[in-house]
Design a protein around this ligand. Structure first.
Ligand SMILES: [Zn+2]
Length: 396
């Protein structure tokens, strides 16, 4: 945190003179530093710190002091930080005994401190460890223009293993660096994206002022459009809306954000990226639902341009389940259509695919409650029986 160590500022030359501990100096002088730094005279007047900002810039608030020794942030600290606004991060990890560890925008910290909140700043977005950030930043490449923009509804490439890829976390990495020029801007967006990913309610990141998060970072956090939930609809006679009755399972808790989800409130629901919302990203006034709320009502008034909402990007497990459900739903469609226009399904290959799908389990380190197992297996078993009777019927 540059502001802690500023002893003199020359705005005409856009130069700050700093007196810093060796560890910080090494970091600033390193070629990877975002600031261009030169070694100065050895003995800068250290007392200038306390004269210029009485009591406000003692170590332990914004610097690399051990977390154990951190001091509560005050309004004077935050105002000093704002004076050197380019040094301020948009998001900070803070800790308080009342709220635990949280990620907050600077303006929110300021508002809380005004109301007597007592907490320390643990790290800013620019403090996130290089060991994790560097390899990730190198890997993140913008999605091709063809993938751009929301597309929802029937996805003809659903059989492809990459279907739904624009709904997951990797798709989010790509979105956050799309239309971003320069390595520094790209890294900046990804740091903010990483900070925001653990935030329980993303609306808390909107402070009503522009510039906390750019649209690209919001695109990294949220899906470009709504999810295609057809496989989870109840089976019906309506050929185009017919579902497979699959359980929402791990998709149930996925967050849904819309400008308006209340039928009593005038106006359609839009996604934060709809042209009707001027591509603004999430706002505090938006509505938060979960996927499991969607089948409960049938009076949703979603915008036909954007589909009405964006979902929080799917974790790897959620994405894997979404794909498995769409594959299963497609097989059901193929079995229905077998005598119409589709090519006949090869029975052995079909049986193999159904067995693979039947064994779907949430994988990896995500601790999720997979409560749809029984229903899932029932649907797969039913499809197997239908495939078998089709085979017998058409066998020579
Ligand atoms: Zn819209």
């Amino acid at each position: 945190m540059v502001v802690t160590w500023t002893v003199a500022a020359d705005w005409s030359l856009r130069t700050l003179t700093l007196k810093v501990p060796t560890r910080v100096a090494d970091r600033l002088l390193a070629s990877s530093s975002v600031l261009s730094c030169e070694r100065g005279a050895e003995a800068a007047p250290a007392e200038a710190v306390s004269e210029a900002h009485p009591g406000s810039l003692r170590p332990g608030v914004f610097d690399d002091t051990a977390v154990f020794d951190r001091q509560p942030v005050t309004l004077a600290h935050l105002r000093a930080l704002r004076t050197y606004s380019y040094a301020a991060d948009q998001l900070y990890i803070v800790f308080s005994t009342s709220g635990g560890a949280e990620v907050l925008p600077l303006q929110t910290i300021e508002k809380r401190v005004e109301q007597g909140w007592l907490g320390v700043i643990v790290a800013g977005a620019s403090d996130l460890p290089e060991s994790l950030l560097s390899p990730w930043v190198k890997e993140a490449t913008p999605a091709s223009e063809a993938d751009e923009g929301p597309h929802f509804g029937h996805d003809s490439a659903r059989q492809d293993d990459s279907s739904g890829a624009d709904l997951g976390l990797a798709g989010g990495d790509q979105a956050a660096v799309r239309r971003v020029h320069g390595e520094r801007a790209k890294e900046h967006n990804l740091r903010l994206l990483a900070m925001a990913r653990g935030v329980p309610d993303l609306r808390s990141l909107d402070t009503g002022r522009s510039g906390v998060l750019s649209v690209a970072v919001w695109e990294g956090l949220l899906t470009p459009g709504p999810l295609d939930l057809t496989p989870f609809r109840a089976p019906s006679t309506d050929r185009w809306r017919r579902g497979s009755g699959l359980p929402l399972g791990v998709l149930g808790p996925v967050q849904i954000y819309a400008t308006n989800a209340d039928p009593a409130c005038e106006g359609k629901g839009h996604s934060p990226f709809c042209r009707h919302t001027r591509d603004r990203g999430l706002a505090q006034s938006d509505d938060l639902l979960s996927v499991s709320d969607l089948p409960v009502r049938d009076d949703w008034d979603w915008c036909s341009k954007c589909g009405g909402y964006s979902a929080r990007r799917l974790t790897d497990t959620q994405l894997s389940y979404y794909r498995a459900a769409h594959r299963l739903h497609d097989i059901a469609g193929q079995l229905d259509d077998e005598h119409t226009y589709r090519a006949p399904v090869e029975p052995e290959a079909l049986r193999k695919r159904l067995d693979e799908l039947k064994a779907w389990e949430p994988g990896g380190h995500e601790n999720v409650n997979w409560d749809g197992r029984w229903r899932w297996r029932e649907v797969v078993g039913d499809l197997r029986r239908r495939a078998e009777s089709n085979r017998l019927r058409t066998a020579p």
